[in-house]
Design a protein around this ligand. Structure first.
Ligand SMILES: [Zn+2]
Ligand SMILES: [Zn+2]
Length: 294
């Protein structure tokens, strides 16, 4: 079995055919962890996971949902009102009581995705203020994970130094015993090693199947992420799709689905010069261990 350690198969993008996609994925030998991003998607993910064997879910608030943004992701949430042009996402204030209640669900295996995202900050807000809110909210979610003995699924973009500092605040005082994963990891080797040293896993998506961009600095013909995969032992890696986003080659450009995690596994095998069977076996064990799946 493979496990897609990070997808959003319960999102609006699968409104028409979610049941088919899930059954097809399971029939292809792929288990799934479907990840919440705010209150509604966290609740729905658990509901969907409860209906099938082989799907688990996480609950949490994505940093992009902490401030009103000028974009709206049609693939994530249903329209609030069909008649109004949707130019903003809703802003959420993290409510620990709400998520503590959700986390009692037997299929809830992690808190997240939570973290820091400095890439997509709205232009009309004070940057320091947004960063402060993001930091405060990721700490609140780490506290909840620590309290419940769950691992964290961390979303981090353009903020690795700050994220690492917060991770250390917890690990250095014996907190977050279950650790977590830095999903869709896009940092350099030094940053990768630093998170691994704190006991965190690194998750890789279909992005690793993309050819290098003109601006990419290559090492032995490898992009930065591919180099990280070559250098970090398989025991510290997870594979994921982040479906419906980041579709791997050869399906790039279409909506992704969790079974495509096999293309990510294939690329990891190629980069590390090992068999796909080994990638399958070890990443599955890693996911089982991290998320305490029996
Ligand atoms: Zn993410
Ligand atoms: Zn995600």
């Amino acid at each position: 079995m493979f496990i897609d350690s990070h997808c959003h198969v319960h999102f609006q993008a699968y409104k028409e055919d979610m049941d088919e996609v899930i059954k097809r994925t399971l029939a292809n030998g792929v288990f799934m962890i479907t990840v919440g991003t705010q209150q509604d998607t966290s609740r729905l993910g658990l509901e969907v996971a409860g209906r099938y064997e082989g799907i688990w879910a996480s609950v949490g608030v994505h940093p992009n949902h902490l401030t009103a943004q000028t974009f709206f992701d049609d693939d994530e949430l249903p329209p609030e009102d069909q008649a109004t042009p949707r130019i903003k996402t809703r802003a959420e204030v993290f409510d620990p009581a709400y998520y503590r209640e959700l986390a009692k669900h037997p299929k809830c295996i992690a808190i997240g995705e939570c973290g820091l995202d400095y890439y997509r900050l709205p232009e009309d807000v004070d940057r320091d203020e947004v960063v402060a809110i993001q930091k405060q909210t990721v700490r609140a979610q780490f506290d909840l994970a620590d309290e419940l003995g769950l691992p964290v699924i961390v979303h981090c973009r353009d903020a690795y130094a700050d994220q690492l500092e917060i991770v250390k605040e917890y690990t250095r005082v014996g907190k977050l015993q279950q650790r977590g994963v830095i999903h869709c990891f896009a940092g350099n080797l030094e940053e990768a090693n630093a998170f691994v040293a704190e006991g965190f896993l690194l998750g890789f998506t279909g992005v690793i199947t993309y050819p290098p961009r003109k601006t990419d600095a290559l090492t032995d013909g490898l992009t930065m992420s591919q180099l990280v995969i070559r250098e970090i032992p398989l025991e510290h890696l997870l594979i994921e799709t982040d479906s419906p986003y980041l579709t791997p080659v050869p399906h790039r450009g279409k909506r992704s689905e969790p079974s495509f995690v096999k293309f990510v596994a294939q690329k990891v095998a190629e980069i590390k010069n090992i068999s796909i069977d080994e990638v399958e076996r070890v990443t599955f064990e890693n996911a089982k261990r991290l998320f305490q799946i029996k």
